[in-house]
Design a protein around this ligand. Structure first.
Ligand code: ADP
Ligand code: ASP
Ligand code: MG
Length: 412
């Protein structure tokens, strides 16, 4: 039997009734002659609630216990989905990550998948089971502890299963009917894309478009998984949703294909740092050791041998970053006058493979922002993207202005 992977996100399994609706879709694919692997997220809002409880209990929490707590939401929906399918007379069984076992690295809260053995679940399919329901987002470390794959990680579970089981396709069911030119919740003019290239989706995801977890796109690209994003609320025809595919399978596209944003950024500046060889390593080494995900970096022109070093990181990592810098200073590894945290910034980015062959995208972007009176604090670029850090209060305005400036409401 051909195998299909179907992943249902939090809103698609938010209540027992929604689980029933999702199960009906699964039932249709079983009736079409598929063996199905269903990957479920936790009910909408559940993971946030669990994270909140961990943070309320412990400021610098033990990541192993964080994973033990936040992985639990998926256990509930996996069991409920299996029960719902059984009620529909479809032979189904649930698996938690460790039971598969989905083996990961030991990087708690950001673990990577190492191996997914297929023999156990394949044997069950051979015995007549029709649906394997697997709790997304979680796995087991070499030490035997529960791990999680980072926020949005159920997408990655789904793609990894599709690769391991050589599935016909991996369908990601969510609360929007595909990948849009920008978050449809931010811009009413956002347009659904029928297709998007892996590289573009990878950038959009890593720059904040949470419709797919970055790692899931990476895996799909590497293993050539046929990946589709579609709505679990609407009736999707065969051509519905968005296909994430290779660049050569896209006929026409705009120079810029999407605008992404990341709301919860922070900008930190170390003032009066000695401008000497090794200073960057002395600062960013301890930050990396403390688990701070540094994104953009700017070093100012040195004045009398002293310089300011600015970097951005997720806003919830500011306490960690401050602690790491204060400790490094106390140990005499670095010296600085002050550490200034600006926690009211956001990152807005434009992405498009067309940038490789078109000049002038950056200046067009800066002009559009300046026309709205938005000040740019930090800029970074790569081959197919340009990102700016701005005041958070202008984030939505910036997204809309850029969407207009690059004509994204119209197809190429
Ligand atoms: P799920 O719970 O199904 O995993 P997510 O909330 O993780 O769903 O992802 C879907 C959400 O991603 C949408 O509701 C939408 O607000 C957001 N999103 C951000 N950027 C985009 C985009 N470019 N296209 C579609 N959705 C986007
Ligand atoms: N429940 C997890 C989260 O909210 C994983 C997922 O939904 O993909 O991040
Ligand atoms: Mg998600």
């Amino acid at each position: 039997m051909p195998i299909l992977v179907m992943k249902f996100g939090g809103t698609s399994v938010a209540t027992p009734d929604r689980i029933k609706r999702a199960a009906k879709r699964v039932g249709r694919e079983v009736a079409n002659g598929h063996d199905v692997i269903v990957i479920v997220s936790a009910m909408a809002g559940k993971t946030n609630e669990l994270v909140g409880w961990v943070e309320e209990t412990s400021k610098f929490f033990d990541a192993r216990e964080y994973d033990a707590v936040v992985s639990s939401g998926e256990n509930v929906t996996a069991g409920l989905m299996a029960l719902t399918l059984q009620e529909m007379d479809i032979p189904a069984r649930s698996w938690q990550g460790w039971q598969v076992p989905l083996r990961t690295t030991s990087a708690h809260s950001a673990a990577r998948i190492v191996e997914i053995p297929t023999d156990h679940i394949m044997a069950k399919f051979a015995e007549g089971m029709k649906v394997a329901v697997v709790a997304g987002f979680q796995g087991i470390s070499p030490e035997g502890r529960i791990t999680t794959l980072g926020r949005g990680g159920s997408d990655t579970t789904a793609v990894a299963f599709a690769a391991a089981f050589d599935a016909e396709r991996c369908d990601i069911y969510t609360d929007v009917d595909g990948v849009y030119t920008t978050d449809p919740r931010i811009s009413a003019k956002a347009r659904k894309l029928d297709r998007i290239a892996f590289e573009e989706m990878l950038e959009l995801a890593s720059l904040g478009a949470k419709v797919l977890q970055t790692r899931s796109v990476e895996l799909a690209m590497r293993y050539n998984v046929k990946l589709r994003v579609l709505s679990s609320f609407e009736d999707n025809g065969d051509e519905a949703g968005t296909l994430v595919c290779a660049e050569e399978d896209i006929v026409e596209s705009n120079v810029v294909s999407g605008v992404a944003y990341s709301r919860d950024e922070a900008k930190m500046t170390l003032t009066a740092v000695a401008d000497r060889p090794g200073i960057a390593a002395a600062i960013f080494g301890p930050l990396a050791d403390a688990g701070v995900n540094v994104d953009m970096i700017v070093q100012n022109i040195s004045d009398g041998g002293l310089t300011d070093m600015t970097f951005s990181c997720p806003v919830n990592q500011v306490p960690r970053a401050e602690k790491a810098m204060t400790e490094a200073k106390a140990k005499g590894e670095i010296d600085f006058a002050s550490l200034v945290a600006d926690t009211d910034v956001a990152k807005v980015s434009v992405v498009g493979i067309g940038m490789r062959s078109h000049a002038g995208v950056a200046s067009q972007m800066f002009k559009a922002l300046s026309a709205e009176g938005i000040n740019i604090k930090v800029i970074t670029t790569s081959e197919i993207k340009i990102s700016v850090l701005i005041d958070r209060k202008y984030m939505e305005l910036a997204v809309q202005a850029l969407h207009d400036a690059f004509g994204l409401d119209r197809a190429a």
